[in-house]
Write a protein that binds this ligand. Structure first.
Ligand SMILES: [Fe+2]
Ligand SMILES: [Fe+2]
Length: 270
């Protein structure tokens, strides 16, 4: 297993590890994004057991100890499982996240105190790059969810939004909405909630030129239109779910695992 590197926007590198054993036969990618600058930022750390792979990939671009910021979508293993490994390897690195993530999880879990970001707050990375933090509670899942826009290049580091299966190209101008809808059908990974469409349309209002997907290729093109289409699909799902009413409880063991066929321990595959 290897981690491939591609520059998907000016000074923003996608580190991508494909795991064929997850959701076979298509497989699944885990992507981290390294944003260069005087204060480099890594968006997603990768799984804890993936740390050696991601560290070695970062080292092909810059010395890992130069990392200044760690950020991610929400508190979950693939987003931040290697957070403390990064804090140990890079003494000046600090985790930055929204108030909910910091108060609920990171103040306790992170080995150094995180920086709490207000909704809309900017970190100047230098070299013309600046990231704006955006609260996106429960979108696509996690009370603490939040994303970042790198304003110099118009790149939305959009976490689990647009999750898709397979091992596509690093960067595409093709459709990312259809594959995201297909993955939602399979995984049911999003927390359908009344504010979801409005939150995603707020992101569309930023008119990103690149969408940096955590699970899938990065997208170059009209990010606003793609986000609006995704919001429309979630609105449709929410209306349909409300019309159906509550689902009957399934007897234990009857759940289908939402299409996830994940080995019991990550090191079985990584
Ligand atoms: Fe997630
Ligand atoms: Fe994820």
């Amino acid at each position: 297993m290897d981690t491939r590197i591609a520059e998907i926007a000016d000074g923003i590198y996608r580190l991508s590890t494909f795991v064929p054993e997850i959701a076979p036969p298509a497989g699944f990618t885990f992507n981290q994004f390294l944003v260069l600058g005087d204060e480099p930022l890594l968006f997603h750390t990768g799984l804890r057991r993936m740390f050696p792979l991601v560290r070695d990939a970062v080292a092909r671009i810059l010395p890992p100890e130069r990392l200044r910021w760690i950020a991610f979508g929400h508190y979950e293993a693939d987003e931040c499982g290697a957070m403390n490994e990064w804090l140990a390897v890079a003494p000046q690195t600090q985790v930055a996240h929204g108030q909910t993530a910091c108060l609920v999880s990171l103040n306790d879990i992170a080995d150094r105190a995180p920086r709490i970001l207000a909704d809309g707050e900017v970190i100047e990375l230098g070299g013309g790059r600046r990231v704006r933090y955006l609260d996106t509670p429960h979108v696509p899942h996690g009370w603490d969810a939040g994303l970042m826009l790198e304003e110099g290049s118009g790149t939305l580091l959009c976490g689990d939004l647009f999750t898709q299966l397979g091992d596509g190209p690093a960067l595409t101008e093709g459709d990312v909405v259809g594959p995201a809808i297909a993955a939602e059908e399979l995984f049911r990974y999003s927390s359908l909630s009344p504010g979801m469409g409005a939150t995603i349309r707020r992101l569309a209002g930023l008119s990103p030129r690149t969408l940096a997907l955590m699970h899938g290729p990065s997208f170059a093109g009209d990010g606003a239109t793609a986000l609006a289409a995704l919001a429309d699909d979630y609105d449709r799902r929410i209306r349909a779910a409300l019309a159906r009413g509550p689902a009957p409880l399934q007897p234990s063991g009857a759940a289908d695992g939402h299409g996830l066929q994940v080995p019991s321990r990550a090191e079985d595959t990584i």
